[in-house]
Write a protein that binds this ligand. Structure first.
Ligand SMILES: [Zn+2]
Length: 511
């Protein structure tokens, strides 16, 4: 079974042509690209797709998202991370979600991702109070059914949550601290057993599903758990996926809790290497950046989420210059609030231009596209399989109509992809050699029925979740105080645009 795309504009994002579009053909055999280039011979019996007026490019890669937030899409606004988490990742009162709801929740993410050109995603899945194998299986089933390529976790925390927040013992009322202390945390052995079961059950399914370990963050996990998870990541050649210095509060956390930056702390534990993927990396020092470059880690730049939560702007140019692999992510589906990577690319292309007048430092459209394709694949440790159109790689690609208004009049294709297109010009999406989106519809599932089923289940879910929100609102005054206090501390790093990224009209703080 082979498919031959004839005479298209091809943007390979790899191989000899790199990010220079050319006119040529592409042959898919089975799940892989068999050949790519100008004037290829047409094999007998191949299904031919005429490429005139079309662009063929690699599918976009979302290197960091949390499908667990999808039920809260569009629910919150104007909350910084630490306060927003009280409602989206409630500390108290959350009950295990039914597997069918997890299936539908994941399916909403898969549908929107595929329809907007995302062929591969990394889903760091958090379940409250603790993820079960069956719950992870429900998410895997959704991605398998929809036809997307996915790496799933395995998200875990094994510390009292309040111990991950600086100054919480001073600000959070004693009765609430006692409630939190009653919550159990998994042991390292329990998480490792879970990871082994999940790896055995799901890794490699359908040639598209992979498992990864994902200790939440160095301030939320014990060194024992992180190092044990890292051993598995190295053994299985899967990512060690985590979160570091997303917010100013987290920038303060390393010095406040460990007496060093969180990157230095990670490095001292032996956790910084080419299989490490770090979400955010905003409040990093210049020493951190050098260390990250030497270690060869990946970071995921969550451009839109970081704006929505007021987290700041990651120093992408400095990270790239240091040799860090920079991928792009949507982050969670209620801090963005969509997994559309064309939106993320657009925001990424723009925001760095207002961080410095030195326009030679600005991030280019070619760099944005690289981050959203090959760098994303590299962060998932599948750079040899995905992220570019090259013979031998998996056939994960988009066929885009160039006769739409987004590409008319047409100038530089890369600029159009980052600054003009929003995914609406996509005609076909292929994953693993299979057409999974055709004329705006998913081919493998009944998306209307699935969306209707989820919509019908939401009143009951929202009633439950509103109660959880009321319970966790009790933390808001103390978390507000912690947010203000941390934003009065000068850690020598400034990541908010403008000249007032310390809390206004307050004396400069200290630890
Ligand atoms: Zn995240």
């Amino acid at each position: 079974m082979s498919t031959f795309i004839r005479g298209a504009t091809v943007l390979a994002m790899g191989g000899a042509s790199g990010s220079t579009p050319f006119t040529g053909d592409l042959l898919v055999e089975g799940d892989r690209i068999a050949a790519i280039g100008p004037n290829l011979p047409v094999p007998d019996g191949a299904t031919i797709i005429e490429g005139a007026g079309k662009l063929v490019m690699p599918g976009l890669i979302n290197a960091h998202l949390h499908s667990g937030e999808a039920l809260f899409k569009g629910r919150y606004d104007n909350l910084p991370l630490e306060l927003w988490m009280l409602y989206s990742y409630p500390i108290l009162g959350a009950k295990a979600l039914a597997e069918r709801m997890i299936y539908l929740r994941s399916m909403v993410v898969a549908i929107e991702s595929l329809k907007t050109g995302v062929t591969c995603l990394t889903d760091d899945i958090f379940e409250a109070p603790r993820q079960s194998l069956a719950q992870l299986g429900a998410a895997v089933q959704a991605y398998d059914d929809a036809g997307i390529r996915a790496t799933v976790s395995g998200h875990v925390m094994d510390k009292d949550f309040l111990d991950s927040i600086p100054f919480s013992r001073e600000h959070v009322p004693a009765d609430l601290q006692a409630e939190v202390a009653k919550l159990g945390v998994p042991t390292t052995a329990e998480y490792i057993d879970f990871a082994k079961e999940a790896y055995a059950a799901f890794h490699g399914r359908s040639g598209r599903i992979r498992f990864m370990v994902a200790p939440s963050a160095p301030q939320r996990c014990t060194p024992e758990l992180m190092q044990a998870a890292n051993e598995l990541a190295l053994e299985w050649k899967v990512p060690f996926h985590t979160h570091i210095v997303e917010t100013k509060v987290q920038g303060v956390t390393g010095p406040a809790i460990y007496g060093k930056t969180l990157m230095r702390y990670m490095d001292d534990l032996g956790l910084m290497h080419s299989g490490t993927t770090i979400a955010h990396s905003i409040w990093v020092t210049s020493d951190d950046i050098a260390l990250m470059g030497e270690a060869g880690v990946s970071i995921v730049h969550n451009t839109i989420s970081n704006q929505k939560l007021g987290a700041g702007v990651a120093p992408v140019r400095q990270l790239l210059d240091a040799g860090v692999n920079v991928a792009l992510g949507s982050d969670g589906i209620c801090s963005n609030d969509t997994p559309r990577m064309f939106d993320v690319m657009h925001a990424c292309g723009l925001i760095h231009k207002v961080t410095t007048p030195d326009y030679k430092q600005w991030v280019s459209a070619a760099e944005v596209l690289h981050a959203c394709t090959l760098a994303g694949a590299k962060s998932a440790l599948i750079g040899h399989e995905a992220g570019s159109l090259e013979a031998g790689k998996k056939a994960d690609l988009l066929i885009i109509n160039l006769n739409t208004v987004s590409f008319t009049p047409r100038n530089d294709i890369l600029n159009h992809l980052v600054y003009c297109e929003n995914g609406s010009s996509i005609e076909k999406v292929m994953v693993n050699g299979e057409i999974v989106v055709e004329n705006g519809k998913l081919t493998k599932i009944d998306e209307e029925a699935l969306l209707a089923e989820l919509q019908a289940a939401m009143p009951g879910f929202n009633e439950y979740h509103s109660g959880v929100e009321r319970t966790n609102k009790a933390f808001e005054p103390s978390f507000d105080a912690i947010h203000r206090r941390c934003n009065q501390i000068d850690i020598g790093v400034h990541r908010l645009i403008g000249n007032s990224d310390m809390w206004p009209s307050t004396p400069s703080g200290n630890f």
